[in-house]
Design a protein around this ligand. Structure first.
Ligand SMILES: [Mg+2]
Length: 364
């Protein structure tokens, strides 16, 4: 089987509300009148000489994206290759991680469709029924968070990840509110988005851990494993850190005993194939993992779900909130949460189909 054609479909979709993460004291905290955040996406379709096609996603594009130039570049690199030749392709493909992830997803979709099995069967088989999801609560005014938590609990979510790193007083009010609203059984993680100094991280975590925290992500600025280790030593809360652009960062984290949990996701690492390699290092070191997110639509979420149900190390609730955070999706049918979790579809490949009418309507 050989790839014969590359197509790219850019779209834009609004989130349900304005989403901001911590950037320190004095940052603007969105209220009810803040316009919803709009995210740009692109979808990759690879066709083959056997009449099978596969899809991938560029999620929440943060930079200028030129679909014409990208199509040309991918045609030069992908037309004529066998979709099963992952090692050979990724050894030479000179693209950013986001593009690498889109290609990786489309190749896994193609392989699954060619063999008529769901992707999870290609990457280890199923070790759990579904991926548990922690609803991500962005920095917002307190009364909006109160309503949001109640709504998400009614949808079945019992795990939450609160973005902190605004004013510590606001952060504490929100953590206390989530604990009171969601109850003693709810799992609550914090994500400080790397905004605190070393001293602030230690002082603030000590102040907030009375509310019962499952972990704190990116507590300290600079992505320095030695600093993370100092924070971990000083507090009684588990430490979580992202592994993405640098694979070797996972080795730094291991050497410094800096974390309890890593946060990784296909868009960050460059696809399912590379995530599995990072997970192998974490497993060898006895470090657990969760799936982070750049907040994907249906195709990207599908790749995440297949990775999540096939990876024993992903033991913490993951951040796969896209299907409930965007006002619309481009797959038909869209994903639905079951008791705060997502399960893969049993149809071949990623198990999702692009909705052509939605692609036209949401075209960027
Ligand atoms: Mg994070």
């Amino acid at each position: 089987m050989k790839i014969t054609k590359v197509q790219i479909h850019p779209v834009a979709v609004k989130r349900r509300h304005r989403t901001v993460v911590g950037s320190g004291s004095g940052m603007e905290i969105p209220g009810a009148d803040a316009a919803p955040t709009e995210s740009e996406f692109a979808f990759l379709e690879l066709e083959t000489d056997e009449g099978i096609s596969g899809v991938g996603e560029w999620s929440d594009l943060g930079q200028a994206f030129d679909p014409v130039a990208m199509q040309r570049q991918l045609e030069e690199n992908l037309v004529g290759i066998n979709p099963f030749d992952l090692e050979a392709l990724f050894a030479h493909l000179q693209v950013d991680r986001s593009t690498c992830c889109a290609v990786d997803s489309a190749l896994y979709d193609l392989m699954g469709r060619a063999l008529e099995v769901p992707v999870y069967q290609l990457i280890g088989g199923r070790v759990r029924e579904r991926v548990e999801v922690s609803w991500v609560v962005y920095i917002r005014q307190v009364k909006l968070i109160s309503t949001e938590i109640q709504q998400m609990q009614e949808m079945g979510f019992n795990a939450f990840k609160l973005k902190v790193g605004a004013d510590i007083g606001h952060d504490e009010t929100c953590v206390r509110l989530i604990r009171q609203t969601a109850g003693p059984q709810a799992q609550i993680k914090l994500d400080a988005s790397g905004v605190w100094s070393l001293e602030e991280a230690i002082a603030y975590i000590r102040r907030l851990e009375q509310y019962g925290l499952q972990g704190v992500e990116s507590p300290v600025r600079g992505r320095c494993a030695a600093d993370l280790a100092r924070v971990r030593e000083a507090v009684n809360t588990r430490i979580i850190e992202h592994v993405w652009d640098r694979w070797d960062y996972v080795l730094d984290l291991v050497h410094h005993q800096a974390v309890d949990i890593i946060n990784l996701f296909p868009e960050g690492c460059g696809g399912i194939f590379r995530c599995k390699k990072v997970l192998a290092v974490a497993e060898a070191a006895g470090i657990e993992a969760l799936l982070g997110s750049t907040v994907e639509l249906g195709v990207g979420t599908a790749a995440q779900v297949h990775l999540g149900v096939s990876s024993p190390g992903i033991t913490y609730p993951s951040d796969l909130i896209g299907p409930a955070m965007y006002q619309e999706d481009v797959i038909d049918p869209p994903f639905e949460y079951m008791n705060g979790g997502l399960a893969p579809r049993e149809t071949p490949g990623l198990g999702v189909a692009l909705d052509r009418a939605q692609l036209r309507r949401l075209k960027k």
